[in-house]
Design a protein around this ligand. Structure first.
Ligand SMILES: *Cc1c(COP(=O)(O)O)cnc(C)c1O
Length: 217
């Protein structure tokens, strides 16, 4: 069974993973890996592109259970088999050394500056809850995800109409708040608040939202 742990477009996230009754659980965790504690024993395979919470694009992290490696069919091409990379210690072909080095720096920051996943999760929840709490008390901004599926990485929201949303995104950029346009497939607005986003950025966004509402509400 495959689940994508966090949906960046709809701003939803699996709060708890399903019980698959022995069926191997596979997850694409590209957009929320290392954002919260994780019981890796529950998964057959986890994969994550580095480009959101781990480091630069060009690296992919994979955690795979040994017994699943034994089921990799021989007929798969070498480059498409995880066994190839396991046997060669991830160096079957030349790895992107500089990108991997940068990943090491990010992981050092996560462990030493942030204080590990416990603290990262606490900070991420605090950031997200500050925004969702603000929406819950507003008649102007409305969060789009159901409360029990809200993502702590991508906070999606709407304004009263699309004209106001366009104006909001444009004026936000003038106030150094970029990237607030929602994904083109769903419209609306979105604040992506991955691991490196500091609390000060959340507060700056909320201050701007209050001020925008005052002028347009
Ligand atoms: C970000 C993301 C993508 C898109 O990857 P990009 O290469 O950054 O465009 C695909 N799948 C998931 C689950 C993602 O989080």
């Amino acid at each position: 069974m495959h689940v994508t742990s966090n949906n960046t477009i709809k701003g939803t996230q699996w709060a708890e993973f399903p019980d698959t009754a022995g069926v191997p659980l596979v997850s694409d965790m590209s957009s929320d890996i290392f954002s919260r504690k994780l019981d890796t024993d529950r998964f057959g395979l986890i994969y994550a592109g580095a480009q959101k919470n781990i480091g630069p694009a060009g690296v992919c992290m994979v955690i795979v259970r040994d017994d699943l490696l034994e089921r990799v069919p021989d007929y798969l091409p070498s480059m498409l088999k995880y066994t190839t990379f396991v046997k060669k210690n991830s160096m079957y072909n030349t790895p992107p050394c500089f990108a991997i080095y940068t990943v090491q720096l990010v992981l050092k920051w996560l462990e030493e500056t942030i204080g590990g996943l416990d603290n990262m999760e606490r900070l991420n929840r605090e950031k997200a809850e500050r925004l969702y709490g603000f929406f819950d008390n507003s008649d102007f901004y409305r969060g789009t995800a159901d409360a029990d599926s809200r993502s702590i990485m991508n906070v999606t929201f709407r304004l009263p109409n699309e004209d106001l949303e366009t104006k909001f995104v444009a004026e936000a950029i003038e106030n150094d708040l970029g990237g607030l346009k929602g994904h083109r497939s769903v419209g609306g607005c979105r604040a992506s608040i991955y691991n490196p986003t500091p609390m000060a950025a959340i507060d700056a966004l909320i201050d701007f939202m209050k001020e925008f509402e005052k002028r347009n509400g």
